[in-house]
Design a protein around this ligand. Structure first.
Ligand SMILES: *Cc1c(COP(=O)(O)O)cnc(C)c1O
Length: 422
């Protein structure tokens, strides 16, 4: 496989853009491949190489690339204009749809990215409670803004230190970190900071250190503890929303949060985010109340048209039933490959999310960090050479889309077997 054109673009690009990329996860070492086009389960680079795409833009492309129904909805919206600066019918339709599928989201607002959605949801929690501190889960990712770009210190009650230069320690001190799958740690920190915590924000299934699943009744316990302590619970369903079930992880696990953030899939591959929840909370967002949020591109007609078309296909064609069954089959086959090859690795995932961890299955962030990162990177490059594009980090989830047929999955599994063996 040759990458001459990608290398040339990278040489020019890296002088103009940090790492030659527009988002750090895309900075594959020693150089990324530059995409030329994508269709169905495949992505082609500028050198003409074709890859089976299991990165799928990190989540949004649940129907695969260039789905005709989405394309048609976007083209037809383009002809009617693409930005109005007034509300449009699409917003009402999408809000009705989301609220029907997510009964906990009695009211909501559309924004342009998942980052904005979590930023606003946290502001709502702080504004409504008048408290400054928030809790997040170690290894949980909620976008790239100050109050969530905080890595763990150690232990449940350690105050956060910034994960990025430029995040004021003053802002970081209000973000507390907790390990996933540990309800006792949550109880302890809420006792210690009683009356100071506005909310707990969490991914119901951790998706940004590879999929890490809730054990036993962890999410139910979290719901009870936050309710008993009068702390708002935010589910960040930017990945799990419309993926685990149409009603997201909250439907799948039967746990209703106070606030929810959505993104990725609901834009059908175009930029979007949404936050919503209890009426008494969201009604306080401007102009209803004093919690400010605004955006030129909020409720973008193109994103909503693409999102509506995506959800139409998903609902009308029972996409998740088929897709989730394919996910179960794939994880089982991967497990068999690991057993055949006597590798001490693990397969994790749920629905259309999967990952081979180069180590035992993690229960939380600290476990996940013990995996063989360098080994994974070498494996990633072998898979790429075999024509399979996995996410380039041990700590990003791999996905399948509705366009990944049984034959495509078989090709991926064959590549897994060959590359894991070598
Ligand atoms: C991707 C992601 C975000 C950020 O969304 P953007 O649209 O990239 O800003 C937030 N939360 C979770 C769980 C995500 O996976």
């Amino acid at each position: 496989m040759r990458f001459d054109s990608s290398i040339k673009l990278y040489e020019s690009g890296k002088r103009l853009m940090p790492g030659g990329v527009s988002s750090p996860v895309r900075a594959i070492s020693p150089h990324p491949f530059y995409a030329a086009r994508a269709e169905g389960p495949y992505i082609w680079d500028v050198d003409g190489n074709r890859f089976i795409d299991h990165c799928l833009a990190y989540g949004p492309m649940i129907l695969g690339h260039c789905h005709p129904a989405v394309m048609q909805a976007v083209v037809s919206q383009l002809k009617k204009g693409w930005l109005y600066g007034t509300p449009s019918e699409l917003e009402v339709q999408m809000a009705q749809r989301i609220s029907r599928l997510y009964p906990s989201m009695e009211m909501l607002r559309f924004v342009s990215t998942g980052t904005e959605a979590t930023m606003a949801a946290i502001r709502v929690a702080r504004g409504a409670t008048g408290r400054n501190k928030i809790i997040k889960i170690e290894g949980g990712f909620h976008g790239a803004h100050d109050s969530v770009l905080i890595k763990a210190g150690s232990g449940a009650t350690t105050l956060g230190t910034p994960d990025s230069l430029g995040v004021p320690a003053d802002s970081a001190k209000n973000t507390l970190q907790l390990p996933y799958n540990d309800p006792l740690a949550l109880e302890k920190v809420l006792r210690k900071f009683a009356g100071e915590v506005a909310c707990l924000i969490m991914e119901p299934v951790l998706g940004n250190i590879g999929p890490v699943l809730p054990k036993d009744d962890y999410l139910q316990a979290v719901r009870e503890i936050t309710r008993d302590n009068d702390v708002l619970l935010i589910f960040d369903e930017v990945i799990t929303g419309f993926r685990l079930a149409l009603g997201g992880a909250q439907e799948y696990f039967g746990v209703a949060p106070d606030l929810t953030t959505l993104g990725k899939i609901i834009g059908g591959g175009f930029p979007i985010g949404a936050f919503g929840g209890r009426r008494d909370l969201i009604s306080q967002v401007a102009p209803g109340g004093g919690i400010y949020q605004a955006g030129t591109f909020n409720g973008s007609p193109i994103s909503l048209a693409a999102g509506m078309a995506t959800l139409d296909v998903m609902e009308n064609e029972n996409v998740l039933e088929r897709l989730n069954a394919t996910g179960d089959m794939m994880r089982k086959r991967l497990q068999e490959i690991l057993e055949d090859l006597k590798l001490n690795y693990s397969v994790s995932g749920i629905a259309s999310m999967f990952k081979v961890f180069f180590g035992p299955e993690p229960r939380n962030y600290i476990d996940a960090l013990k995996c063989d990162k360098a080994g994974y990177l070498a494996f990633f490059h072998r898979m790429l050479e075999k024509g399979v594009f996995l996410t380039p980090s041990q700590y990003e989830t791999d996905f399948i889309s509705a366009a990944h047929s049984t034959e495509v999955i078989e090709s991926t599994l064959e590549a897994f077997r060959t590359c894991l063996k070598s």
